[in-house]
Design a protein around this ligand. Structure first.
Ligand code: DON
Length: 576
C-alpha cells in the first residue's frame, strides 16, 4: 500500500512539473463559488455575502455567466442542477431544452436520408425550447432565501455597464463572430464597434441582454416565457425558418426529479438522472470498477486505465441502447442499470489484458460499418456556510450555441437539437446512434451527458463536481470521483489527473496529452486504438478535506476560471 502511494505521489509530482504550477486553492468555511468566469463567481459570492444560500448563489452565478461567459452561460439554453441540503436531502432540477411542437423525427436528414450536420450546427432550426430561466425559478422557489430580483441584479449590471474582456474571451468572441456573420442581431450584439477584433482589456456592453434580464428580474420568468421576450423569439423564428412558437415557450416546464444514487467504497454518489445519461453511466462504471481493486494496480498504470476504458465502453453501449427522455421512453431500465448485480453481469466480459471489441458487444445495434466535442458547456460548484451544496452544468450545446442572438432580446439561443438521435434506426461504428429512446418527438427533451455530481461520506459532502465536454463529461467526472474515492487524492490532485474517454463507438480511446507517455504506449500495446487530445473538460469543483475545510478547486485547464468566497471576490471592483 505504502509503495503504491509513493508511486502515485511520484506520478502527480511528474505531472505538476510538466504543467502549470498548482496555485493555492481558495479555502473558506463561509461559502465558495467555483466557476468559469471571475465576475460570475463574484455574483454568486455576493449572494452568499448577502445571507443567501448555495441555491441563491447558483441563480446569481447562472445569470451572470449568461453575460460574461457567452460561449456556454445562458438564458437561451438549458441545464441541470443538483442540490444537497445540509441535512442530506437531494433534489435534481431538470431544465433541459425541449423539441418544439412542430419538430419531426427526420427534420435534420437530407434528401438522401443522411444527417445534415449544418442544420444543427447553427441557425434558428437548431434551437430547442430554452429551459434555463424556468429551471432557475424552480430551484429558487424550492430553496432560495434572497429575493429573485436581487439575484438577477449583478448580471444586469454586468450587461448594462459592461465588463472587461479577458484574453480567452477575446479569442472566443473573435472565433464565434466568424460563424455569426449570417445573423445580423448576433453581430450587432457581439461584434466590436467598427468591426475590429476583440482584445484583452476591451469592454463588452450588452444593452439588449440587459433589458431582457431586467424584465426577468422585475416581471419574473413569465416575461421570458409568456411576455414580450417570448414575442421576440417567436417573431425571430417565423422570419428565419425556426420552429419555436409562443405556444412552445408558454408550455415549457422545468422538472424536479429524483437524482440517481450509487455507492462506491463507502462513498455516496448523487448525480443527474435521465434525460441525462451522465448519472446512470457514472454509477454503472463505478459499480463495474468497484470489485476490480484499481488501487492495487496503481494510479495511472496501464492495467488500471485499461479497466476504466473497458467500463466506459460498456456503460456507453448501454447509454446508446437505452437512454432518452424518461417522460417519453417509459421503458428506460434505470434501476437495473444502477444495480451492482447488473454491473457484475456487464463487467464479466472485461479482460484484464486486452480491449473488447465494441462492435461485438453492441452488434445488435449496428447497421454497418470524431467529432470534436465543442467547448460550450460550463459547470460550477458551490457550497455555503451551512453545508448546502449545488452542482450545476449548463449549456448551449456548441460554443455560442446556434450563434443566433434573438433580435431585440439580446440573448443567444442553443443548438441543442443536435443531441437527439437524428437518424432514427441508424447506428454505426463511426458514432451516430439511432435508438428509439432519443429520437426527436414534439415536446421531448434530448439526451444529455451533463453530469453534475455530489459525493458524500458519512453524511458529509466530500466533492462537488461536473464538467463540459459532451459525452466526455461522464468520463471526466469518473476520473475525478475515482481520484478522490479510490486513490485518496485531494480535490486538486484529482482535477489535475490526466483524463481519457471511450464512448463505445467509435471504438477508440481519446487520451489527454498530459497522460504519461509510457502508459499510453502500453495501452496501445494491449490493442487500444488511441488518439491524443490537448485537453478534456473543465471541472470546477469543491473538495472538502478530512478536517471539514472546503477548497475551491478551479480547473487550470481553463484560463478564466476562479473561486470566489463572500470575503474574497475574484475582482474587488465587483463588490457592491
Ligand atoms: O448536454 C450535453 O450532453 C451536450 N449538449 C453538452 C455539450 C458540451 O458539453 C459541449 N462543451 N464542451
Amino acid at each position: 500500500m505504502k509503495v503504491r502511494l509513493i508511486a502515485a505521489a511520484a506520478v502527480l509530482a511528474g505531472l505538476a512539473a510538466t504543467h502549470a504550477p498548482q496555485e493555492r486553492d481558495v479555502r473558506s468555511h463561509e461559502g465558495l463559488v467555483v466557476c468559469a468566469s471571475g465576475p460570475a463567481c463574484d455574483a454568486g459570492a455576493s449572494a452568499l455575502a448577502a445571507g443567501g444560500n448555495a441555491v441563491d448563489a447558483a441563480v446569481a452565478t447562472a445569470f451572470a455567466l449568461a453575460v460574461t461567459y457567452p460561449a456556454a452561460g445562458n438564458i437561451g439554453g438549458g441545464g441541470f442542477m443538483i442540490v444537497r441540503t445540509p441535512s442530506g436531502e437531494v433534489t435534481a432540477f431538470d431544465y433541459r431544452e425541449k423539441a418544439p411542437l412542430a419538430a419531426t423525427p427526420t427534420m435534420y436528414l437530407d434528401a438522401e436520408g443522411a444527417i445534415d450536420d449544418r442544420l444543427t450546427a447553427s441557425g434558428h432550426l437548431a434551437a430547442g425550447v430554452p429551459g434555463t430561466v424556468r429551471g432557475l425559478e424552480a430551484a429558487h422557489r424550492a430553496f432560495g432565501k434572497r429575493p429573485w430580483r436581487e439575484l438577477v441584479m449583478p448580471a444586469i449590471r454586468l450587461a448594462e455597464e459592461g465588463f472587461t474582456v479577458s484574453a480567452a474571451l477575446a479569442r472566443s468572441l473573435n472565433s464565434a463572430l466568424l460563424t455569426m456573420a449570417p445573423f445580423p442581431a448576433s453581430v450587432a450584439a457581439y461584434g466590436k464597434a467598427g468591426g475590429a477584433e476583440w482584445a484583452a482589456g476591451d469592454r463588452l456592453v450588452l444593452t439588449d441582454l440587459a433589458r431582457t434580464l431586467r424584465a426577468i428580474a422585475d416581471d419574473g420568468p413569465d416575461a421570458f416565457y409568456r411576455g414580450w421576450i417570448a414575442d421576440r423569439v417567436a417573431e425571430d423564428m417565423r422570419e428565419n425558418g425556426g420552429l419555436i412558437t409562443r405556444e412552445d415557450l408558454a408550455a415549457y416546464e422545468a422538472k424536479v426529479r429524483t437524482p440517481v444514487r450509487g455507492t462506491y467504497r463507502g462513498f455516496d454518489i448523487v448525480s443527474m438522472p435521465p434525460p441525462s445519461s451522465g448519472g446512470v453511466a457514472l454509477i454503472q462504471m463505478l459499480n463495474m470498477l468497484e470489485p476490480l481493486d484499481l488501487q492495487a494496480k496503481g494510479l495511472l498504470t496501464p492495467a488500471a486505465l485499461h479497466l476504466q476504458a473497458e467500463a466506459m465502453r460498456r456503460a456507453f453501449l448501454d447509454r446508446a441502447r437505452h437512454l432518452g427522455d424518461p417522460d417519453f421512453a417509459t421503458s428506460i431500465p434505470v434501476d437495473r442499470l444502477l444495480s451492482k448485480a447488473y454491473a457484475a453481469e456487464a463487467g464479466a466480459s472485461i479482460r484484464a489484458d486486452a480491449p473488447s471489441d465494441s462492435a461485438v458487444l453492441g452488434r445488435d445495434l449496428l447497421q454497418a460499418g470524431n467529432a470534436r466535442e465543442p467547448d460550450a458547456t460550463t459547470h460550477y460548484s458551490i457550497v455555503d456556510r451551512d453545508g448546502m451544496a449545488v452542482a450545476t452544468t449548463t449549456t448551449l450545446e456548441g460554443s455560442f450555441g446556434s450563434h443566433v442572438v434573438v433580435k431585440g432580446a439580446g440573448f443567444l439561443l442553443n443548438n441543442e437539437m443536435g443531441d437527439f438521435n437524428r437518424r432514427p434506426g441508424y447506428t454505426d461504428t463511426t458514432g451516430p446512434i439511432g435508438t428509439a429512446a432519443n429520437v426527436i418527438a414534439p415536446g421531448k427533451r434530448m439526451l444529455s451527458s451533463m453530469t453534475p455530481t455530489i459525493v458524500a461520506r458519512d453524511g458529509r459532502v466530500v466533492l462537488v463536481t461536473g464538467s463540459p465536454g459532451g459525452r466526455t463529461i461522464i468520463n471526466t467526472v469518473l476520473t475525478i470521483v475515482l481520484g478522490v474515492t479510490e486513490y485518496g487524492l485531494t480535490g486538486r490532485e484529482a482535477v489535475a489527473l490526466p483524463r481519457m474517454h471511450h464512448q463505445w463507438m467509435p471504438d477508440r480511446l481519446a487520451i489527454e496529452e498530459r497522460m504519461p507517455a509510457a502508459a499510453v504506449s502500453a495501452l496501445r500495446g494491449m490493442g487500444h486504438e488511441i488518439r491524443t487530445v490537448a485537453r478534456q473538460g473543465d471541472a470546477h469543483s469543491v473538495w472538502i478535506d478530512a478536517d471539514g475545510t472546503p477548497h475551491g478547486v478551479r480547473d487550470e485547464r481553463s484560463e478564466d476560471s476562479r473561486a470566489a468566497t463572500p470575503r474574497e471576490l475574484t475582482s474587488p471592483s465587483q463588490r457592491r
